[in-house]
Design a protein around this ligand. Structure first.
Ligand SMILES: Cc1ncc(COP(=O)(O)O)c(C=O)c1O
Length: 366
């Protein structure tokens, strides 16, 4: 049996090294202003609620939001806990789990903690990190219990369409496996108005939250969508970790969901502006290989010359800037940049990144 993974190098980095004056390292939106929500102090009372599984108004709001029944909704602390609960309810130690490459490191760390046998299938930079069901089929074994993907893809923001998802669902069903789709960035594909893969069949298990696309990370309002029997298993498993979420956060989350259209419009407008800034910037760079960003919050360029780790160090130490080194996504020639900040800050950070890249390019020519 494999040793249990007991930590995440990426999360440690994110908590201790990500912050910077010119921050392009975060993947979510800047915090949505509390003043933008009609919350009064008395809306937060009482500070505690009775027991039971979930806060009924939040369960109902999440079910309505996702277009599912409340029996399929499991509340969790962010997508992080949602992912862990979903995986732990499905995978036994020694089971095979197939995970896209590159991916969000925490998905691998959680499976490592569960002592799953992790096998990989590629999403290739040359095809815009598209998912190829044939690659998944190649990695499949009779012991595969879970296939894990992100949609939109972290780190590239690539979108997976329904035909591809259906093909993956069919592959999974063939061996009695489930497909976990982490949809925390999906709503950032506003223009495509995609629906959740949950609606494609009972083999799909979905995780999501209000943390990234809606700038409400502080509420930690996450959830899993799963068929009711599996959902019950997750609720019972969550008994081991916490009795319930912080109740004031549950109450604010209900208010946020009641005002969802306002938050959505804010997010859409901010990302639209910032993507234009990003794409203008990318068009000026011949030292980066990357397609323009059409939707999503992050982009994953390849640095054409020099070491990304050295560049990230220079950007941090000399230019007070931060991007995520591609080594955290097992692709050390790339780096990830996020554009969810205030537009002025994103514009200033891109300018600073350009200055740092110019200086780095001159250095590596020497
Ligand atoms: C793919 C993916 N899933 C989950 C998370 C964690 O999200 P949350 O803040 O909702 O726990 C992240 C954060 O970066 C992520 O990129």
């Amino acid at each position: 049996m494999k040793n249990r993974v007991m930590s995440s190098a990426y999360m440690h980095w994110a908590k201790t090294r990500q912050g910077a004056r010119f921050n392009l390292a975060t993947s979510g939106l800047v915090t949505y202003p509390l003043s933008g929500l009609p919350v009064k102090l008395e809306d937060l009372a009482p500070l505690a609620r009775g027991g039971g599984y979930g806060y009924p108004p939040l369960q109902e709001a999440l079910a309505a939001h996702a277009g599912v029944s409340t029996a399929s909704v499991v509340a969790a602390d962010g997508t992080s806990m949602a992912n862990y609960l979903a995986m732990a309810a499905i995978v036994e130690p020694g089971d095979d789990a197939l995970v896209e490459h590159p991916t969000y490191e925490l998905l691998l760390a959680a499976l490592g903690n569960l002592q799953a046998e992790v096998r990989r299938f590629p999403r290739r930079a040359e095809t815009g990190f598209a998912l190829d069901p044939a690659e998944i089929e190649r990695a499949l074994t009779p012991r595969t219990r879970l296939i894990v993907i992100t949609n939109l893809h972290n780190p590239s923001s690539a979108f997976v369409d329904e035909a591809t998802l259906r093909a993956i669902g069919k592959i999974a069903s063939g061996v009695g496996a489930r497909v976990l789709v982490d949809e925390v960035y999906l709503d950032a594909a506003f223009e495509l108005a995609p629906r959740s893969a949950f609606h494609l069949g009972p083999e799909f298990v979905i995780t999501n939250s209000l943390t990234k696309v809606y700038g409400l990370s502080g509420l930690r309002c996450g959830w899993v969508l799963a068929e009711p029997e599996l959902a019950r298993r997750m609720w019972r498993l969550n008994d081991l970790f916490g009795v319930n979420q912080a109740h004031p956060a549950e109450r604010i989350s209900v208010i946020a969901l009641q005002n969802f259209e306002t938050i959505r419009k804010w997010s859409r407008a901010l990302l639209y502006r910032n993507r234009q800034l990003l794409n203008q910037f990318l068009a000026t760079r011949n030292d980066l290989a990357v397609q323009p960003l059409n939707f999503g919050t992050v982009v994953f360029p390849r640095l054409l010359t020099g070491s990304v780790d050295r560049f990230c160090e220079l950007f941090r130490e000399k230019y007070e800037g931060s991007v995520v080194p591609g080594s955290f996504f097992e692709m050390p020639d790339h780096f990830r940049m996020g554009i969810g900040g205030e537009s002025d800050a994103v514009a200033a950070s891109l300018k600073q990144l350009g200055t740092a890249l110019d200086a780095f390019g001159t250095q590596s020519l020497r």
